[in-house]
Design a protein around this ligand. Structure first.
Ligand code: G4P
Length: 197
């Protein structure tokens, strides 16, 4: 998605070979108009899938997930990383290890918000090693619901997540795909080059 790539180039910062800082429009300050356009793009990509709900994980997945939910006219559920005072009913739970942050979180969704006839679109901000997405897939499968696809804003294609998810037969749509972050320069995978392969 050209708009997102342009925003990454103008306001993002490659702070190492592995990490892209996007606090200016996604992880801290949020560009609401960009999120609105992203919601429209995901809604277009998954228009024929009869999605019933969107699932994401707190916190940075929530903004693009809500914008997509608005376009598709479906509810959005975010998995929680911490126990909530009011989340006291039966829970679906799994653990997610972040290699980037070297922490393991137990993530949960209340059983009452997912059921076996749901067709779910997962939305998240980053796809690195795929642990968050795999954790969400696990929660959805625990509810016997179907994962229709995974919408990602920024895929770091040099890490293993996208391939892991595709190997499971899941449809992954990433709006920006980063080939490398070497020397502070963001290189995207060019769609034209890919078409030739
Ligand atoms: P994975 O789920 O694909 O395996 O990713 P990983 O565990 O490595 O990432 C854990 C957290 O770090 C996630 O945020 C993810 O969005 C974020 N992250 C991964 N790579 C990058 C990157 O290059 N830049 C930025 N800015 N974030 C990255 P989180 O802990 O869930 O935080 P948040 O959603 O509350 O912001």
């Amino acid at each position: 998605m050209r708009l997102l790539e342009e925003k990454i180039l103008s306001d993002g910062e490659a702070i190492s070979k592995e990490v892209l800082k996007v606090d200016a429009f996604l992880n801290h300050q949020i560009d609401s108009k960009l999120m609105f356009e992203i919601g429209k793009e995901f809604a277009k990509l998954f228009a024929n899938e009869e999605i019933t709900k969107i699932v994401t994980i707190e916190s940075s997945g929530i903004a693009p997930a809500v914008m997509t939910g608005l376009q598709l006219n479906v509810p959005v559920i975010f998995a929680r990383k911490q126990k909530s005072l009011t989340l006291n009913e039966a829970l679906l739970t799994t653990s997610v290890h972040s290699f980037t942050k070297n922490v393991t979180n137990n993530i949960s969704i209340s059983k009452k918000y997912l059921n076996d006839n749901d067709k779910i679109l997962i939305i998240d901000d980053f796809l690195a090693n795929g642990q968050a997405a795999l954790g969400l897939v696990d929660l959805i499968h625990q509810a016997n619901a179907t994962v229709v696809g995974i919408g990602i804003l920024i895929e770091k294609s040099f890490q293993s997540g996208a391939q892991k998810l595709k190997d499971l037969g899941l449809r992954v749509e990433s709006l920006a795909r980063i080939e490398s972050l070497e020397n502070g320069v963001v290189n995207f995978i060019s769609e034209k080059v890919e078409e030739l392969i």
